[in-house]
Design a protein around this ligand. Sequence first.
Ligand SMILES: CC(C)(COP(=O)(O)OP(=O)(O)OC[C@H]1O[C@@H](n2cnc3c(N)ncnc32)[C@H](O)[C@@H]1OP(=O)(O)O)[C@@H](O)C(=O)NCCC(=O)NCCS
Length: 349
Amino acid sequence: MTVPAPASLVFETCTPATYDEFLEFAAQCNSDRKTQYCLHVDETAVGIKNDLVQYEVDPFKTWFGARSTNSGKLLSVVGFEVNEASATGWIHGPWVSYDVADPNNVIRRWTFDQAVAALPVMNIIRTYYDMRSQDVLEALKVMGFTPADKMSFGMQMDAKDVRGVPCPALSPSAAAAAESFLVRQIKIDEKDDLAAVRALHGKTFKDPLHEFKEDSVIWNFGVYRKTPDSDATTPPPASALVGYACVRGQGDMPTCYIAFLGIEEAERGKGLGRLLLATIRKWFAEEETTQLDQMTLTVDADNLRAKGIYLETGFKEICTGVGPLGERDKLKPLTADEVAEAFKKAETL
Ligand SMILES: CC(C)(COP(=O)(O)OP(=O)(O)OC[C@H]1O[C@@H](n2cnc3c(N)ncnc32)[C@H](O)[C@@H]1OP(=O)(O)O)[C@@H](O)C(=O)NCCC(=O)NCCS
């Protein structure tokens, strides 16, 4: 894909020196609707920061931006998460500032086109849009995205809603499961248990975008079958692990999200998922030291079993998203006329 470059815009990759500027630009997109303009209509500055705060340290995440050569200001930013093994990428944005307005998405698309050209390994690109935002869908279609079949939901639990509130009684199946299974937090130095989590994760999620990374996971929970030797002080061995959840923190933000959660296939439907979520809710509600305000997750729309138990646990649906797929061959880069328009516009910014 060749993308012509207008002289008044310069494309750049975020570096440690510009990280804060990019983060602020992205985070500000929705903090003030009057001054910023964003494809993701329902994301707050905190939400955006949650998504992007790890970009500085994660080699698979990169930000790109378009800067005006005229004013030196960043005009647009797009975040890419790339999995080289599967040649798949995930985008956040692109965002433009309200100064730019960009009604025809020219500057956004120019930034996007440049970023795609800079990432030759990437063949499939995914993104979210809010289903209520048809203009965003239209913009994505113009860029060559086609809506994927699968939709997903964003869910959230606020600490203020559960702290000091008694946990709902366990369902009969979860109460019965608690006789033979226990859930406990796995510490970062419990290497055998983390290896068991990694192995179960590999069996549960086949999609390589869902990679398990021990270093960025802050709180891991394991579901274990009780053994004759296990008691309050001696936990069951790693080999007794049948379920897990990874809850990730977000740098110094008071939020976390459930990155992964799964129960061994043969053990599903016995109440273990609910038992695990009840434990996580209790931990979240009682956790004073981490001062967490918010726990979030996303769940595929067709995963009714998981969605049902999240709702029962106290999560609320906060947004409905669709993940359109952009296939590299089908993407439509800007035409020369459209690039000339971006050029003209950027002259004045
Ligand atoms: C989602 C998952 C963790 C749930 O764990 P689980 O141990 O099977 O769940 P539980 O047995 O505690 O509860 C499941 C409940 O969902 C209900 N359920 C099952 N299929 C359902 C469906 N299609 N729609 C609504 N409810 C459904 C079950 O009836 C059960 O309720 P019951 O105990 O009242 O009968 C597990 O199925 C799993 O590992 N799935 C694959 C990985 C995954 O999807 N993870 C979540 C990613 S967001």
